[in-house]
Write a protein that binds this ligand. Structure first.
Ligand code: ADP
Ligand code: MG
Length: 355
């Protein structure tokens, strides 16, 4: 790749890119005043990607990414190999863009000393230094941050309490369950009180109980005004907790925003509505006469009929009059495409994504 390496030395003095380079994501604004490390934090409370591409030799990692991510919980969702870890590693400065520029709260990830005062990072990999207890693992990285032994001890416990691993703190990480290992990694990324936490697949491998507890921690962090960036290849795992979802596939951002915003970003795509009622065949025949209905699929086992309509409002109007004139009993009427899961299937399913 002969792409010019932009932004190498201009990043330090760059003004806050976040405000006008953003896509139209409905960013949340929280008050960050109480966060730590304020001394090092320049203006700007956003993570900004400006026309960022990253190639691994000839292999595309991510392509022409423009993002502006504010405080709250943002989920990066896409199948394996879609570029989630690439984006996260770019935020953390572990890799550099082939093109374009990244800024985290106004700091270039090329400046790790400043960056890691405001950023906590948690890899997707399940590997730890050998022989360490949970406590030692968290405390040792705090010492790298330059904290005194006493400060490091205090923050370590604060963080371990946050993920509720007090009882296991003195046990070796090697003896932890997968859920405990995920949580001690989380504790480690939070211990220095960052304003941004980048967590790569933090829910992977957790049982439902551990997942619920971990999600509760994310919510608290989001409510405290942190920017919490979480990746997942399972959308329904994160759609409920996220202030914002970014869908990525094959290195491209497909859509971003809240779930509804994401849906409306996919312009010109029909709405999908599930109906269960008496005489569903009769209803289907009736509604297929309406120009807004482009498809009707009768699902097996009396599961209902899945309609696709160009205009949802027109569909509901036609549906209501059909119910009245045909005297139907309606058991269920539900849009199926405003939850992220079906959207996701929609976006990266059979058709291979929107063009
Ligand atoms: P995800 O985290 O969504 O699974 P990644 O960001 O790890 O996706 O990978 C995106 C693409 O970049 C994939 O095609 C992957 O094979 C490729 N890739 C990632 N890391 C490397 C690397 N170090 N060397 C070569 N290719 C890589
Ligand atoms: Mg990954």
């Amino acid at each position: 790749m002969s792409a010019p390496n932009l932004g190498q030395d201009s990043a330090m003095s760059a003004p806050n890119l976040g405000q006008d380079s953003a896509m139209s994501a409905p960013g949340l604004k929280h008050d960050n005043a109480k966060s730590a490390a304020a001394v090092y934090v320049p203006s700007g409370d956003r993570i900004v990607f400006q026309n960022v591409s990253r190639f691994y030799g000839e292999v595309l990692g991510v392509n022409r990414v423009n993002l502006s991510i504010g405080p709250g919980i943002t989920s990066l969702v896409g199948p394996n190999g879609s570029g989630k870890s690439t984006l996260m590693n770019l935020m953390a400065g572990l890799i550099q863009p082939t093109e374009g520029r990244v800024e985290v709260l106004g700091i270039s990830p090329r400046d790790p000393e400043r960056l890691f005062r405001v950023l906590g990072y948690c890899t997707q990999f399940d590997s730890f230094p050998r022989g360490m207890t949970g406590l030692q693992f968290v405390r040792s990285t705090l010492r790298f941050h330059g904290l005194s032994p006493a400060e490091a001890e205090e923050r370590t416990w604060e963080s371990i309490q946050r993920v509720r691993l007090e009882d296991a703190a003195h046990r070796k990480v090697a003896a932890y369950s997968k859920g405990m290992r995920q949580r001690i990694k989380l504790a480690q990324s939070l211990a220095h009180r960052p304003r941004v936490v980048v967590l790569d697949e933090p829910l992977n491998g957790l049982d439902p109980m551990a997942r619920a507890e971990t999600i509760a921690i994310f919510r608290t962090l989001g409510a405290e005004g942190l920017s919490v960036i979480v990746s997942s290849h399972i959308l329904h795992e994160v759609d409920q907790i996220s202030d914002r979802v970014i869908l990525i596939n094959q290195g491209y951002i497909l859509a971003e925003g809240d779930i509804r915003g994401v849906r409306s970003e996919v312009k010109g795509q029909p709405a999908q509505i599930l109906v269960r009622c008496s005489q569903s065949r009769l209803l289907t025949q009736h509604l297929l006469g309406n120009p807004t209905v482009v498809e009707a699929r009768i699902l097996p086992d009396d599961a209902g009929v899945l309609f696709r309509a160009v205009d949802a409002d027109q569909f509901y109007e036609a549906f209501e009059s059909a119910v009245v004139s045909l005297k139907l009993r309606v058991d269920q009427l539900r849009p199926t495409d405003e939850d992220a899961d079906s959207l996701y299937q929609y976006l990266i399913g059979e058709t291979g994504g929107i063009s």
